[in-house]
Design a protein around this ligand. Sequence first.
Ligand code: AMP
Ligand code: MN
Ligand code: MN
Ligand code: MN
Length: 286
Amino acid sequence: MSSLVFSPELNVDLHCHSTVSDGVLVPAAVAQRAHAQGVDVWALTDHDEVSGIVAAREAATDLGMDYVTGLEISVTWANKTIHIVGLNIDETNPDLMAGLVKTRSGRQRRAEDMAADLARVGIPNCYAGALKYVGNPDLISRSHFARYLVEIGVCEDVSAVFKKYLADGKPGFVPHRWATLTEAVGWIRGAGGVAVVAHPGRYDLTPLAFDAFFNQFKNLGGKAIEVVTGSHTVDQYDEYAKIANHYGFMASRGSDFHAPDENLPDLGQLPVLAKDLTPVWRSWMK
Ligand code: AMP
Ligand code: MN
Ligand code: MN
Ligand code: MN
């Protein structure tokens, strides 16, 4: 729970990853890095996992950094993968925990299928290769494959791997069914948290589909969207600020930091939110 008083000057970073999902630093090391980069209010938001939260909270508290419990849930909506961040949750909520177990459960099989597909295009042994980068056996992700493909020199960096092999429609992409939007927002709200659409600028949806998506998210009790995120271009900060105000969503800010050398900005380094937005942390911070 927050001990800080709200101020527009606070450096808030509410989106990043540790080895509990597809980041490369353990939760305490992410906390240390956030603190070193000047973050005042911090959430670790591992994919479909809450098992890093205890260590993250303890490290943040030791550093005197304000800690917010968080996660990022993988959702399938209209056959597209959408990420929903949950903030200020009770991570011990039984329905949330059971939902996450279910959401994670297909990853192993999917990874085996990805490896088989990559072998078919001439890149063998990717399953064992990806596993070398996995910190949590329940959470094998495309990022772990990407790091292995960089290691063996197939591509220069992880972005290039996604572009060539792992994005939707590419040879190593295996379609997957994640949680529904109704489930993800329901689990987050049931655990007392706030549901936030992660990096909306990354989804390949038509304007009509986006409108349907935002309306449905709002009707389910979704409250916010990420506006300033490492996954947006500078132009998209303005675009999604307008969208937040149009739909009456609060706005969030987060680096989406995964690793020191992987293209996304470092923790706490993005611009602050525009003044005409309502920061999502206002919902729990006085
Ligand atoms: P998964 O949950 O296994 O589908 O993996 C999704 C993760 O892959 C995301 O959270 C990102 O960390 C990473 N990712 C997706 N697209 C890209 C991209 N174009 N460049 C770099 N990383 C990406
Ligand atoms: Mn990720
Ligand atoms: Mn994401
Ligand atoms: Mn993320």
